[in-house]
Design a protein around this ligand. Structure first.
Ligand code: MTE
Length: 320
């Protein structure tokens, strides 16, 4: 049985950096690293095992955002529009039971219980930076598995050119959904090759812990080369479609938010430049980060080597 070790005891930065990390379920007595099966409720009891695996190309060694910052300064409009609201209203999001409805252009559509979604997957910890809309960025060790591994199980057919995702709709419980801030439910989409890209993660946790409600429990996307709003939280529906799907932010302000939303310092938002950002990390404590010095934003949020080829031949000023 794996010994329980808190990650804080065993994660000197030097060990953590540039390593892919496999989390194994504590107490399950599972075999080799990478075969651990873990339910979200077991995540917080998980003993991370830090393996010297081949360097994973997306991993960043930048100073990390603190757990406190990542879980108290959030955008999750269903739980309120102030950055502190999602944490305050976290108890309004009921995550058990949780079902994901899969449909559209695939062979294996249907209603899947969260347990069935998670069961066959191997959980990995990946340190990505997430670039948000209002010009700040974070570096977060997410726990999850490649979205591609999940989507392949539903056997999309050749008409599946895009994937659309939806968040839970429950206006009686979710305070933000009482107001028409966006058209509910929150919806997002990716082109199928973006969805299948190895950087795209279905996250179930962060910092070795189960995802808190405010970060999108129990399942959320992380698409690290795109603005944060593409990383849809608390997913209850996945649809394979032939045409580019409607997305919440694009519907509410089409001039401001395009379908692609790739981080691109050369394309300004109509109301602000996207050339610089503030980093929320342990060097910028709490909200003082908002007054810290700005840094240059990188094309595709620093993941150009991995993803630029997806957009070859496209005019990214038009397809923003
Ligand atoms: N998903 C839903 N369902 N509702 C939201 O309001 N906000 C998005 C995205 N996913 C949002 C959402 C935005 S604008 C950002 S920047 C990220 O979540 C923030 O993720 P974080 O709070 O975990 O940092």
């Amino acid at each position: 049985m794996a010994k329980k070790i808190r990650s804080s005891e065993i994660t000197p930065e030097s060990v953590f950096r540039q390593r892919r990390v496999i989390l194994q379920a504590a107490g399950l007595g599972l075999g080799a690293a990478g075969t651990g099966i873990m339910m979200p409720e077991q995540l917080h009891a998980a003993a991370p095992e830090f393996k010297d695996l081949a360097q994973w190309p997306g991993s960043t060694d930048e100073t990390r955002t603190t757990f406190e910052q990542a879980t108290t300064y959030n955008n999750f409009y269903e739980l309120g529009t102030d950055k502190g609201d999602p944490k305050k209203n976290a108890d309004k999001l009921a995550t058990t039971p949780w079902t994901v409805e899969v449909g559209g252009e695939c062979e294996k559509g249907g209603n899947y219980a969260l347990e069935d979604i998670l069961k066959p997957h191997t959980f990995e910890e990946r340190i990505y930076r997430l670039r948000c809309v209002e010009a700040w960025s974070m570096v977060i060790p997410w726990v999850g598995f490649p979205l591609a591994d999940l989507l392949k199980r539903f056997e999309p057919n050749s008409k599946a050119k895009y994937v659309q995702f939806e968040t839970i709709y429950d206006p009686d419980k979710l305070p933000g959904q009482k107001y028409p801030i966006l058209q509910w439910p929150y919806a997002e989409g990716l082109r199928i090759d973006e969805a299948m890209h190895p950087l795209t993660l279905m996250a179930v946790g962060l910092y070795g812990k189960e995802l808190p409600a405010q970060n999108g429990a129990p399942l959320r996307l992380v698409v690290p080369w795109k603005y944060g709003f593409k990383s849809i939280k608390s997913i209850v529906a996945i649809n394979f479609v032939e045409e580019e799907p409607a997305t919440s932010w694009n519907k509410s302000a089409p001039r401001e938010y395009g379908f692609y939303s790739n981080v691109n310092p050369q394309v300004s938002h109509p109301r602000w430049s996207q050339a610089k950002e503030r980093r929320l990390d342990s060097d910028s404590s709490g909200f003082s980060a908002l007054f810290s010095e700005k840094r240059e934003t990188e094309m595709f949020n620093g993941y150009a080597d991995e993803v630029a080829s997806l957009y070859e031949g496209m005019d990214l000023k038009k397809s923003f």
